[in-house]
Design a protein around this ligand. Structure first.
Ligand code: NAI
Length: 325
């Protein structure tokens, strides 16, 4: 099976080379380009493509892939909001994903954002490097005894609950599909009203698009901390900027951003960034942004590469993968 791997990054190549060495039937070519209508022709001559979070696998791209003879799409991530699944199925293209590579990696990154914002360690780091040991402006707060609202309590949400319970926080959860656990199940309205910290861990769907909007921010506690390590479009960026300006949001930690596909995973330090909303967001002193690195641990990369390669091997052998979408 010949596989065209799009959006290839230097950091992941050794992990894929290792994983594929056990499968002589798989031949993976790495392309740095993201998949789009402009780059889809690179898939000519390949049986499968392998894509990541910001590759655009829309209906037009899929039609072109089918035309080129591509039969399989292997996502090397969990979320699949960037793939038109219905269109893929209609074209007879099978889609597989990596459902869980390391939920703990994302949950721990989420905690890193929370603690950094709560204790202002990003500011302290810069101050101490300039021999400025003044503590004024660095006053923090404890996570202990705070109420943390978790929206979406699947694998990552559950892992976050365990960590937060260790901190002695009160965990509120809104998720229509889960039973009882070591958290308090509440309505979305109650979660918005009562949480000191709100963290998003649900998938991006039509129902969750702009889940945090003007109305949601209105009913939150003043000075609330909002963390999003899930998908950018769960938050309405314009509403979020308004809530930061009015001080309704006291702290914002983002690992994902609505328009991230134009920015993330590349060095843009010499570019003039055209996205004014991103520049506004990153200019707030109480906003911390990382570039979609929640998943980025050694453990997760080993799991991503091995599961992707196993998925591809099963498809090549004509077997049904348990990770089909
Ligand atoms: P999961 O599928 O295990 O859990 C998602 C949970 O969200 C489920 O329990 C589901 O019932 C719930 N849910 C669905 N619709 C909901 C709604 N309208 N309101 C509240 N809850 C709802 O997924 P997992 O592995 O925990 O991942 C969650 C999300 O994290 C993914 O969809 C992905 O977008 C994001 N992610 C981000 C990464 C990063 O590097 N920042 C890496 C991996 C995933």
């Amino acid at each position: 099976m010949k596989v065209a791997l799009f959006s290839s990054q230097k950091y992941e190549k050794p992990f894929f080379n290792d994983a594929v060495s056990a499968y002589p039937n798989l031949d993976i070519a790495h392309f740095e380009h993201a998949l789009s209508m402009e780059t889809v022709s690179l898939a000519s001559g390949y049986d499968a493509i392998c894509v990541f979070v910001n590759d655009d696998v829309n209906a037009c791209v899929l039609a072109e892939l089918a035309e080129l003879g591509v039969k399989f799409v292997a996502l090397r991530c969990a979320g699949y909001n960037n793939v038109d699944i219905e269109a893929a199925h209609a074209l007879g293209i099978q889609v597989v994903r990596v459902p869980a590579y390391s939920p703990e990696a994302v949950a721990e990154h989420c905690i890193a954002l929370m603690l950094t914002l709560a204790r202002k360690t990003h500011k302290a780091y810069n101050r101490v490097r300039e021999e400025n040991f003044d503590l004024n402006g660095l006053l923090g707060f404890n996570i202990h005894n705070k109420t943390v609202g978790i929206i979406g309590c699947g694998k990552i949400g559950q892992s976050l609950v365990s960590i937060l319970n260790g901190f002695g926080a009160h965990t509120l959860v809104f998720d229509p599909n889960i039973g009882e656990g070591s958290y308090t199940k509440v309505s979305l309205q109650m979660l918005f009203e009562q949480s000191d910290i709100i963290s998003l861990h649900c998938p991006l769907t039509d129902a969750t698009h702009h889940l945090l909007n003007d109305e949601a921010f209105d009913i939150m506690k003043p000075g609330v901390m909002v963390i999003n390590t899930s998908r950018g479009a769960l938050i309405d960026t314009q509403a979020c900027i308004k809530a930061l300006k009015s001080k309704k949001i006291g702290y914002l930690g983002l690992d994902v951003y609505e328009q991230e596909s134009e920015l993330f995973f590349k060095d843009r330090s010499e570019d003039i960034i055209q996205d004014d909303d991103f520049i506004r967001l990153s200019g707030f002193p109480n906003v911390l942004i990382t570039g979609h690195q929640g998943f980025f641990t050694k453990e997760a990369l080993v799991e991503i590469a091995s599961t992707t390669v196993e998925n591809l091997n099963m498809l090549d052998c004509g077997e049904e993968s348990p990770n089909s979408v």
